[in-house]
Design a protein around this ligand. Structure first.
Ligand code: ZN
Length: 230
């Protein structure tokens, strides 16, 4: 019996813009709207980047505080993971500001280079271990299977479906017992040529796939247990 599926919604990111999709959130109000749509569709975890109102990515602690508080109020019980990745060109000090707000989790982006199989890092126990299947490492089920075998048995892991390969990887993650991250940060398309109108639509698709594939969806409190946060 597989654990319930934890759905993370990466609702904003730092690189996608309203030119890519008008639904990309910048303002606090828009962030709350997108978080709420994902939460109500079944996301237990919201991964948060913040922007200035004009869309410029920022790691400003006060901006994070306002956005995280507003999302908490709109999405009772949701697990929030602020980004420490920020945007291209930011210093480590800038990137780490949101950790000063003591979130339950933070991201640690660990890109595993498949070409260098000797140096696959172990999973830090308190962190969601983000496996990078990108660039020179094609997003294939075989590569995913290889990566999953590198982490300790029983550790929760999450597949992030990025761009064109997003949905097949999401489906593979569901079948293989992983968790799933979707959202505008990673992919704005529901299917080829059809942009999602909200993060909620992307989460709804995961819920439909999970149902078809026999995985139940974890609530935030169930996710806390699975992730050893509670
Ligand atoms: Zn991110």
């Amino acid at each position: 019996m597989m654990e319930k599926l934890i759905i993370t919604a990466a609702i904003c990111g730092a690189e996608v813009t309203k030119e890519n999709s008008p639904a990309i959130p910048y303002t606090v109000e828009e962030m709350v709207r997108e978080a709420k749509s994902a939460f109500e569709a079944g996301a237990a975890v919201i991964h948060v980047h913040v922007r200035e109102d004009d869309g410029t990515p920022t790691q400003d602690r006060e901006r994070f505080r306002v956005v995280l508080d507003a999302i908490k109020e709109a999405c009772p019980g949701v697990i929030l993971i602020p980004s420490t990745g920020g945007a291209v060109g930011m210093t480590a000090e800038e990137r780490l500001q949101p950790t000063e707000l003591f979130p339950e989790m933070a991201t640690l982006d660990t890109v595993v280079n498949m070409a260098n199989k000797g140096e696959v890092p172990g999973a830090p126990m308190q962190f969601n271990f983000v496996l990078g299947v990108s660039g020179c490492t094609p997003a294939t089920v075989g590569n995913l299977d290889y990566l999953v075998k590198q982490i300790p048995t029983g550790s929760p892991w999450t597949v992030t479906g990025v761009g064109r390969g997003a949905w097949p990887m999401v489906a593979a993650g569901i079948v293989m017992g992983g968790n799933v991250r979707v959202g505008f940060e990673d992919n704005i398309y529901l299917e080829k040529g059809h942009k999602a109108a909200s993060n909620g639509e992307l989460v709804e698709k995961v819920v439909r796939l999970a149902k078809e594939l026999g995985r139940e969806i974890a609530t935030p409190d169930e996710a806390r247990k699975i992730l050893s946060l509670a």
